[in-house]
Design a protein around this ligand. Sequence first.
Ligand SMILES: CC(C)(COP(=O)(O)OP(=O)(O)OC[C@H]1O[C@@H](n2cnc3c(N)ncnc32)[C@H](O)[C@@H]1OP(=O)(O)O)[C@@H](O)C(=O)NCCC(=O)NCCS
Length: 306
Amino acid sequence: MTPTLRPLRPDDVPAVVDLLDAAAPYQMITVGWLRWHLTGAPAAERFGVLVADLGDRIVGAALTGLLHESAEPDQAFANLTVHPDWRRRGAGTALLAAAEGRLAGLGARTVYAKVADDPACGAFAERRGYRRGRRTDYLALDLVDADLAAPPAPPAGVRLLAAAELADPHPLYQADLDASRDEPGEAVMADISYPDWVAAYWDRPDLDRGLTTLATMDGEVVAFSIALTDGRDRYRSGMTGTRRAHRGRGLARLVKIESLRRARAAGHRRALTANDAGNTAMLAVNRRLGYRIVGADWRYRRDLTR
Ligand SMILES: CC(C)(COP(=O)(O)OP(=O)(O)OC[C@H]1O[C@@H](n2cnc3c(N)ncnc32)[C@H](O)[C@@H]1OP(=O)(O)O)[C@@H](O)C(=O)NCCC(=O)NCCS
């Protein structure tokens, strides 16, 4: 039976989240996050989902949109998943073609795709003109058993607080911009504007401002660890960063441990994170905390004009 391709409808959201979870549970895509994206936030992303529908079940989905923080306005993403039980029946080929068509219609010239670390998936992408780039490692930590001994006291003048205590998130925006500039990866982020950052990060529904932990000094955020949750028992690090001038003092480890300790106290049982495979500093922090690699994917790209 050939699946029908169509745009996602609001009542499909739980089924699509189950599908994404079945293929890559370490990504922690939540129903709230997907519903929020479908309302058109953040607007500049022009997010859209295509599904492969068999009539009684959704067997595949392509999440598409523009990489709105990219320095180039014509960069896009197409992240495509077919349920492991329904592969090799043409759903992936049809979804990818439809996704590229949608993105070309939005003016995209380059498409990035996350491809599972599996030879069959890599071969699928390569036969469709995609070239392999960098690897992302996904790591997990069992929070119940993790050794999260109280970290040493912060250096003089540094105070730890939750993002919920910030009167105004602007200092966190500045720290995020500063730290993100040095994050290894292939798509170089431009200076996202403050309103766009608020829309894309501060207002996302899975951000937990009580668990997101900051180190501040003289009113400036010098290090931070962003906490996302699934509203049940999973916790995911959105981004951990230290401003350039404050690196090498253990601040990333400090904010991360504090956030993990708060997450455990709040009843979370599993902590997840993703790191570019070349991000040796962050991988070292995470391994020392007890995180272990549970999955990986590769960033592939294709220039639509060729
Ligand atoms: C990669 C992925 C999307 C492919 O989905 P799929 O539905 O199996 O894709 P298709 O069925 O269209 O194509 C897969 C292969 O099966 C072949 N195929 C299609 N119908 C077939 C059939 N009836 N019998 C046997 N083989 C068939 C296709 O020709 C294709 O081989 P090719 O690349 O040599 O052309 C899927 O494996 C997946 O979700 N992987 C995890 C996420 C991922 O890596 N996504 C990135 C994709 S760019």
